[in-house]
Write a protein that binds this ligand. Sequence first.
Ligand code: ISL
Length: 591
Amino acid sequence: AAQPPWWRRAVFYQVYPRSFADSDGDGIGDLRGVTSRLDHLADLGVDCVWLSPIFDSPNEDMGYDVRDYRAIMAEMGTLADLDALIAGAHERGMRIILDLVVNHTSAEHPWFRAAIADPDGPYGDYYHLRPGAPGEDGSGPPPNNWASFFGGSAWRWIPQAQRWALHLFAPGQMDLNWDNPRVRAEVAEIVRWWRARGVDGFRLDVINYISKRGGLPDGNEAIGALMGFPGIEHYFFGPRLHSYLRELRTAGFTRSPGEPAPPSTVRTRRPDGTLGDPAPPDPVAIMVGETPGVGVEMSRLLSGSRRGELDLVFNFDVLEGPGKVRWDDYRYDLSYLKRFYLGYLARVGPDDALALFFDNHDNPRMLSKVLGARAGDPVLRTALAKALATIQLTLPGTPFLFQGQEIAAVDQDFTSVADLRDVESLNRFAELRAEGSTEADALARILPGARDHARVPMRWEPGPSTGFSTGTPWQAGREDSTGFTVAEQAADPGSVLNFHRDLIGLRRAEPALTDGGFRALASRSRTYFGWLRTAPGSGSDWLIEVNLTDRTIRRPRALPRAQVVLGSTGMERSATMAPYECVISRVSPGP
Ligand code: ISL
């Protein structure tokens, strides 16, 4: 049988470089810092590292506003530093993917500067510019009712150009006009440039937003009220999305005949974890789509293996409970997570792929969503972190860990708006204040959803600087628990970190855990999540069981042939399961 593509079995790890490791003491994480910590990732068993934005940027949205697609942000290092990082990762058997933010550019990108200097010139059509008569103060009606995700209208009046400019995100993030073939050619060119440098692929930021409905009509008011963002139905799954993705895959990500193979030096990893010879270069660099708002069917259309579009997509629906949004203050009920995955898996086939993730740089920590203030209890925190790891690393799909998950990172006890750095949080705070909320009230309404929680420095060691930097971090963490740093956990055999290592090692050694069939057990139970990964051939099946609650529960059934291989509390299978207990057992073939 044909080998599945490498990423089907891979464990991905997202690094937020600003907060990972700072090599020069300026308080900002950098590329040399990441390189200095590659052994941590290799020891964990990571196969592919995704770096959040590192390209030159004024950082209105922390690099998600690119000023130069072929330069590294000065505070993060140089191209030579990136070359060294790529080489270091490849030598350790890890691929590297970068963040490609091409729905929009920074307003400081030369294309936008040229566009507004001469809106009728060659760059005017790179963006969505519209004439208008906004009045002296720019307060007149914008071209349509679309809203920005970071507050207010999605349009900004540019007096110099006498044009409105579209920005779905911050006012400095200008939406590119993908209907212009020159824009699409520029993006493909950027991808080829980075591939030639040895980059193994990209995570494509809000890539499902690139095709806007022609004429940019007003959004439906009812949909706008329901979704919170009028206009969204005109771009979240736009009319030419499929064709633009296919074109980009062919023109940018696929090696053309005659094109020299990139310097692939990625060493293979054997089932026992040791390194082998370099793998042949990938014919197509991986495309991971960040696709907010798409459901199961749209995900399949974007990432089915016969579609020629994306390889993997993130589906965000798992992150919030039914009827909830990120800003709501509530406790996430894990029975929903089970229901979500069972529903999802029932609707996909072997051609479909799913990225499994709970945390990223845009969301509070899943541990805190579930536990609330009880995330401060080290026993519950440890148990739940192992349970989530078990789900993420043994369900069918490709896991994406976010930095800190391997040490059970939780939300921060921010006490003041001065603790926050994210443009979204700060804009929202200002809006609430303008509507009359007190400071305390406004803060209380922002903290449940603030993206800042996940963006604080990585906790490498105990102590105030957590081993992140010798200087003052650009954003400080507000969490000082004992035992939840990499150094402490490395020394503790029962730690969340060592559980991740063991489980990833097991996953690499046992193909049934990645390629095997999936069968849910006790699918109606709201407290117990159990499933089998069934071996394709004569090998053994695997039974995975998780207690989804903070109470002791009864196991719904006994499987006499199940032998515990890894568990959060020990190697016994008893009639009951402890709070958030997880157990992974080998089911030997019957007599
Ligand atoms: O935070 C959100 C808006 O309220 C999310 O919907 C988020 O913006 C969305 O998932 C898109 O995220 C990506 O693009 C943004 C950037 O701010 C995020 O950090 C990035 O992950 C704009 O580039």
